[in-house]
Design a binder for this molecule. Sequence first.
Ligand code: NAD
Length: 287
Amino acid sequence: MAAIVIDGKAIAAKLLEDVRLRVAELKKTGVLPCLAVILVGEDPGSVSYVKAKQKALTEAGMDGWDLTLHETAPEAELHTLIARLNADERVHGILVQLPLPAHINEDRIIRAIDPHKDVDCFHPLSMGKLLMGQPGFLPCTPHGVLVLLKEMKIPVSGSQVVIVGRSNIVGKPLAMLLARKEYNATVTICHTGTKDLASYTRMADILIAAAGSPGLITGDMIKPGAAVIDVGVNAIIGTHLHSHLVGDVLFDEAQETAGWITPVPGGVGPMTIAMLMHNVLHAAEGK
Ligand code: NAD
């Protein structure tokens, strides 16, 4: 039987509606949630991500500041801007679109953001809190995956979860969250050093692909009935230089074996934006 296709777009829309209603309530108390989005340069991928975030902010009734610096802007200029936004009480969240140009040190920039405004949850303090299970922001993509699992009523407690990818923004925090008592999963992290990847993925009740490698996960690497969450977003250049997006999972093959599967696009991507809006709202509510 073919897998249930998880409609991330619909689940995200439901969450965004909830955010919109809460924003309307907050506005009545005189607080307008505001996210400042900083973009350095004009990388087309980054420009489209920033546009999508601004669109979501507008739809949720929140304020979005679009702050674009020139590709060659010195790191000091970015620090000055972040310091100004840290001190500005109208701004509840600060997001620096990554990647930054090579002459700018990303770690230093992330550390410059006030952790209370760190809605991406990339600051070492936010990551430390996450690791220790203390309250704070949750990173948007991992949080989006958790919400998808919950909404689809996919059993997590006691399950074997295999995550392919160990990045600071997806693989590592997601592993930490799923291993928490409240989720109670047994988590394995696979990466480029993993030998015989399929022997791990075939054990997974929940397989999360976050490698950025198109077609990495084939149908025969999936345990029958497993939930397959495809975080990967890869642009494939086709004929006439038109590009389209694919995940890390060969969808058609995987759908034959899996119990649930997320499409790309329309799976995890919309959830990431929804959880960002959720974090901006929380920051504005002072939670
Ligand atoms: P990354 O690109 O920084 O690193 C990739 C990770 O995957 C590494 O840890 C590497 O060890 C592992 N990996 C790569 N190839 C592998 C292979 N062949 N076998 C085993 N492991 C392998 O990670 P990232 O920033 O988390 O991005 C991963 C993917 O997720 C990208 O396609 C990115 O575009 C996508 N992404 C999507 C969203 C979303 O909202 N949908 C958000 C963030 C990232």
